[in-house]
Design a protein around this ligand. Structure first.
Ligand code: ADP
Length: 334
């Protein structure tokens, strides 16, 4: 398990419940989404109506589940949480939909991974609050219409573009979640430190924020590991020095790169002069699967502007040479 993985692991799930902001006011950053959502929810409340369906797009760990819970809390409604991969048959979805109460929020994580038949059932449920339950098989099968109470679907997806347009169009509002800036992550860390009873200095929080890859879940996880280090090695107070030393032990560098990211970058620079080099060749040099390099390491390296994918192969940018403290050949570069 990577310390800088954005998806939740078991420990995250156990701890995160305690760290989730409970209302929009408490939710840090994402100003645009927050402001837009605030209007949607206020208007619905004023009308005494159920809120429109909401689609939240953005990478893991950016706060989609948290926002869905906030939507329910702001509407004074209960929430049901499930995910696309958990709904394999239309019947699974029918069972959930038919047990919703009026105004309930249904959070459907990874909505793009739902099965086709379930997706089609969802269209009708979202639009008309009705599903057709098919009873029987073959020529004798009959569709029994079932009325549903009005509910609010909150769908989450890594990219809104992955959704078929008919599904996308049925959401009244789409919020695009962005990666968080260092100042926002610092606030997340201070807030979590308060809740976890951890003493932290401003510079300590800044040091962790800089290594958190723009993602609150990673910030919270790094904070917990730094807290462990501070408890064992010092008096428990997280200063800049303590945070940096702890994260060096866990091999998360100043920009949030871990061992795998650095291995890929180091091979690209030292063995291939910065590229271009083919993905397979690079993967062999690092001793990893092609998919691991492409799907686990590269997205963040590309996002950070350290590596570029070109038609001729992978190429390091001047920032990559700079970050690893190496000089590009021929004196070219930064
Ligand atoms: P997602 O559903 O997008 O994967 P979560 O909503 O589960 O992300 O958030 C992951 C963790 O990060 C939670 O513990 C949550 O408390 C924290 N978090 C996410 N966004 C924020 C935010 N804007 N302010 C404070 N904490 C946040």
């Amino acid at each position: 398990n990577r310390l800088v993985e954005a998806a939740a692991d078991g420990e995250d799930q156990a701890v995160e419940a305690a760290l989730r902001p409970k209302d929009l006011e408490e939710f840090i950053g994402q100003e645009r989404v927050r402001e837009q959502l605030d209007l949607v929810l206020r208007a619905a409340r004023a009308r005494g109506a159920t809120a429109d369906h909401v689609l939240l797009s953005g990478g893991p760990g950016l706060g989609k589940t948290t926002l869905s819970m906030i939507i329910a809390a702001e509407m004074g409604a209960p929430i049901r949480i499930t995910s696309g991969p958990a709904i394999q048959h239309a019947g699974d979805l029918a069972a959930i939909l038919s047990s919703l109460t009026e105004g309930e929020v249904l959070f459907l994580d990874e909505i793009h991974r739902m099965s086709r038949p379930a997706e089609e059932m969802l269209y009708m449920a979202m639009e008309d609050f009705r599903v057709d339950v098919i009873v029987g098989k073959g020529p004798g099968a009959t569709a029994i219409p079932l009325e549903l109470p009005p509910f609010t679907l909150v769908g989450a997806t890594t990219r809104a573009g992955l959704l078929p347009p008919p599904l996308r169009d049925r959401f009244g509002f789409t919020g695009h979640m962005e990666f968080y800036g260092p100042a926002e992550l610092e606030r997340v860390i201070h807030r979590s430190a308060g809740l976890l009873d951890v003493r932290i200095e401003t510079e300590g929080a800044a040091e962790i924020a800089g290594r958190s890859r723009g993602t609150p879940r990673i910030a919270n996880r790094l904070l917990r590991r730094v807290r462990d280090y501070a408890q064992v090695k010092t008096d428990g107070l997280i200063t800049r020095e303590v945070a940096a030393a702890a994260l060096q032990v866990y091999e998360v560098d100043a920009r949030g790169l871990d061992r795998l990211d650095r291995a890929v970058l180091t091979a690209l620079l030292k063995l291939f002069g910065g590229g271009p080099v083919g993905l397979s060749t690079l993967a062999v040099a690092v001793g990893e699967e092609r998919e691991t390099v492409e799907e686990v390491a590269e997205p963040f390296l590309v996002r950070e502007g350290l590596l570029a994918r070109t038609p001729r192969g992978r190429v390091a940018t001047p920032a990559a040479w700079d970050h690893l403290g190496l000089t590009p050949p021929n004196g070219a570069g930064p």
